[in-house]
Design a protein around this ligand. Structure first.
Ligand SMILES: [Zn+2]
Length: 294
């Protein structure tokens, strides 16, 4: 997406809207299911569920909700993996201790950042650096976060038959009552515990991501500031250098002049090139350094 006047997000609006829709429908779905399960549990019994496992699923919904609530901020990473660099990734809205420009910055007091890939001077370089960070760190961190929700939904669905399917294997095996009791519970709660683990994993990975991206942002910003300084210095030097050029051969007597000389040792004529226009084609000139000038 192109940079749109002043907005430092430049992110695909539809992406954000989709994330929002998904997020709210998840909540509605979760609450509906929760209500249904609670009432069904109190009426009779649904195979594979009790209040504890429903509670675990419910808690995991909160983690999933947080994961989806945050997914819009880093949606631009998806494009980065496919080789296109558009949009921006960010965390935080109004940083107080911002370093950098309004498109790419990091906050020195909090882990807030914004990295733009549409920036005029450094956009594609920024994208390259973020991609490097992604390549250097474990892939699991950058996986599509819908995977964790898909895992949770799979666990939830499997709850309906998992226990009935698995427990017969243990019923026929020889073990003490305590051991069987343990296995019985473990099998019963496994899907809900896994769902919770998936959701917590997704939740933690968001934090890990943000930490990595924050460090990446601070590196990018400092690099870009240094690069800008360098460009400024270079243009100052260039403007100084371009002021004075000297002949390597005296235009007056034709004597060879060494590099450091500004006037001819033979005739004393100045070696300075006053104008490039009149008849110096073929004449070799050189640059005086900025330090020599002072
Ligand atoms: Zn001379």
């Amino acid at each position: 997406m192109p940079a749109d006047g002043g907005g430092y997000r430049g992110n695909d609006d539809s992406d954000e809207l989709n994330a929002y829709r998904f997020y709210s429908s998840m909540i509605v779905l979760g609450l509906g299911l929760f209500g249904f399960l609670i009432s069904a549990c109190s009426n009779g019994n649904i195979p594979g569920f009790d209040y504890v496992s429903i509670g675990l699923f419910f808690i995991s919904c909160f983690f999933y909700a947080s994961v989806f609530n945050n997914s819009g901020r880093t949606a631009a990473l998806k494009g980065l993996r496919k080789g296109s660099c558009s949009g921006a990734i960010w965390k935080g809205e109004s940083p107080y201790f911002r370093v950098g420009n309004y498109q790419t910055w990091y906050d020195t007091r909090a882990t807030q950042y914004c990295i733009s890939f549409y920036e005029k001077n450094f956009g594609s370089e920024n994208a390259e650096k973020v991609k490097e960070t992604m390549d250097r760190t474990p892939k699991i961190i950058w996986m599509n976060q819908k995977i964790w929700a898909a895992g949770g939904i799979a666990c939830f669905v499997s709850s309906f038959f998992f226990y009935e399917l698995v427990i017969p294997f243990f019923e026929n095996s020889v073990m003490t009552d305590e051991a069987f009791n343990f296995v019985d519970n473990a099998v019963f709660y496994l899907p809900s515990v896994l769902a919770l683990l998936f959701s917590v994993t997704g939740f933690i990975l968001i934090k890990v991501r943000d930490n990595l991206l924050y460090k990446c942002a601070s590196r990018i910003v400092n690099d870009n500031i240094a690069a800008e300084e360098r460009m400024k210095t270079e243009s100052i030097i260039a403007s100084k250098l371009s002021k004075k050029w000297y002949y390597n051969r005296c235009p007056n007597c034709g004597a060879e002049a060494s590099k450091a000389l500004r006037s001819c040792t033979h005739c004393g004529a100045s070696l300075e090139v006053m104008s490039f226009e009149d008849g110096i084609s073929g004449a070799i000139h050189r640059i005086s350094s900025a330090e020599e000038d002072q």
